[in-house]
Design a protein. Sequence first.
Length: 128
Amino acid sequence: FTTGELKAEGSSISEGIGQGRITANLEDAPIDRAWRIGDAQAVEIVFDLLKEEGLCMGASTGVNIAGAMELAREMGPGHTIVTVLCDFGSRYQSRLYNPEFLRSKDLPVPDWMEAPLNVPDVTADAEA
């Protein structure tokens, strides 16, 4: 995209990433930099957001944050970087939050995703 032509290589579990078209809102946008963010990097960020911040986001959000982190490394301290958390994770239960799917794509599966649930039985008789 930064060279004036669209090039989508490979595949991603992030829907809409690497599209073969330029939408109207980007048609004349000056693009300074672009990074290739792998699925493994994106999903690790998404899983950290859920575990550490309580934010259930989708893979596109992970891609955006990874890009912002790359820009921060490049620019160094003293800059403000803003990105968009663009997709909520509830839409991705069968993929991003599915350990079998992740394994089928050779992506990391966080320990907490397969940990047994420890939820008290609130339906039990209190007098028992």
